[in-house]
Every structure is written in C-alpha cells, then in structure tokens.
Design a protein around this ligand. Structure first.
Ligand code: GRF
Length: 217
C-alpha cells in the first residue's frame, strides 16, 4: 500500500514539487492526499492544484491562539488519516500536543547541518562563522524545535564570494533529493523513530543522520 501522505507548506513549495515529481516518476511509493498551508496565498498551493492534489488553507492569522490554530490544523490533517506528515517549508512552530500526536510519523527539512544552527538565517550564520560547509537535514519532528533525531543530511562546500542567497539555492537542490528519499525509506518501512533514535534498517542513525553522497542509500 502506498504511504498516505499529507504535506504542510507556507511558501513557494519547491520541496513539495520534488515530492510530486518523485511520486509521479515512481521513486516515491506514496499517495499525496493533501497539501495544507497556513498562508492561503502560498504559491505551493498552485503546484498542488496543478498536480490534482486536494488543498486546504488554515490561516494562522484567523486564530486567537497557537493552540486554537494547532487544533484546527490537526482536524484538517486527520480528515485524511495520514501515515506520514511532511513539513516542507512550513514556517509555524507547532505546539507540544500537536507534535506528540504525530510523533514518529512527521518529518521536517531544515536548511543547516543539524544540530548546528537550529532556527532561522542558517546560511548567513554559517557564513558569519566562517564555516567550510553548509547543508540541509531531514529530521523527525519532536517537541524541541529543529531538535528531533536527524535522518539524512547533505553538504555543500562554502565558496569564496558566497552569499546566503547563493548558498540557499545550492542547498535547495540537494534538499529536493534527500527529502523524497527519506520519505521513501519511511514508506518502505525501513525508517522508524525508536524512542529518541532514528533507525534505518534496524540500525541507529548517527547524530547527524545518513550522509547523502548522491546515491539512494
Ligand atoms: C527550504 O529551504 C526548507 O529547508 C526551509 O524552508 C525552505 C522552503 O522552501 N524550511 P520551499 O517552500 O520548499 O521552496
């Protein structure tokens, strides 16, 4: 059975597009049941409509509290009974109750080599620190913001003259490869969250996750 997947977005949805393409070309054994955004005008919703995927907007500005928003979002997600929830450029911090409800079946992608640089402005911080590398990490979502166990990461060298924008563009290309791959591992039952450890094929993954080297692992 394909993995019944719901994707949450806030913006342009280029990671969403990578999921759509991977599902269409058979690299991802998942049914993309719905795309939900907290921003009704998010460009990613257009991508979903073009791909014939159900869409919904749960506008966070319409709710008096984070808990009210989380409850409304959860109701919409659960109406699709997902096996997997994908945060793809979803820029809202989710409450502990919400995260616990989806524990072990919710993944996020973060544009840094976690555990370095949780939070925002990750590429500028890597540049300011004089790092030799930057990258992105897919991780299980837990109550700690960007702190859940990493699954897979990809690295790019930082080059002379790099700006945060140039770096973000190079990292995004790798995001589009590692995120559907992590979801495929989950869909195949190879990837699980065991307590606070991410495991692939029954073996614990390292504190930074599987090092992507261009192959599918
Ligand atoms: C990506 O860089 C992702 O790592 C971060 O937000 C960006 C979203 O890009 N969380 P897109 O909306 O998928 O194009």
């Amino acid at each position: 059975m394909p993995c019944n997947t719901v994707i949450l977005i806030s913006g342009s949805g280029s990671n969403l597009q990578a999921f759509i393409d991977s599902a269409q070309n058979g690299e991802l054994d998942a049914t993309l049941s719905a795309v939900i955004s907290n921003r009704p005008a998010a460009k990613g919703l257009e991508r979903a409509r073009e791909a014939g995927i159900a869409t919904a907007a749960v506008d966070h500005t319409a709710y008096a509290s984070r808990d009210d928003f989380d409850a409304a979002l959860r109701e919409v997600i659960d109406s699709y009974q997902p096996d997997l929830v994908i945060l793809a450029g979803f820029m809202r911090i989710l409450g502990a109750d919400f995260v616990r409800h989806y524990r072990g079946r919710m993944l996020n992608i973060h544009p840094s080599l976690l555990p370095k640089y949780p939070g925002l402005h990750t590429h500028q911080r890597a540049l300011d620190a004089g790092d030799a590398e930057a990258g992105a990490t897919v991780h299980f979502v837990t109550e700690e913001l960007d702190g859940g166990p990493p699954v897979i990461h990809a690295r790019v060298p930082i080059e002379a003259g790099d700006t945060a924008e140039l770096l973000a563009a190079r990292v995004l290309e790798l995001e589009h490869r590692i995120y559907p791959l992590a979801a495929q591992w989950y869909a195949q039952g190879r990837l699980i969250l065991n307590g606070n450890r991410a495991e692939l094929d029954g073996k614990a993954l390292s504190a930074t996750g599987f090092p992507f080297n261009g192959t599918s692992g």
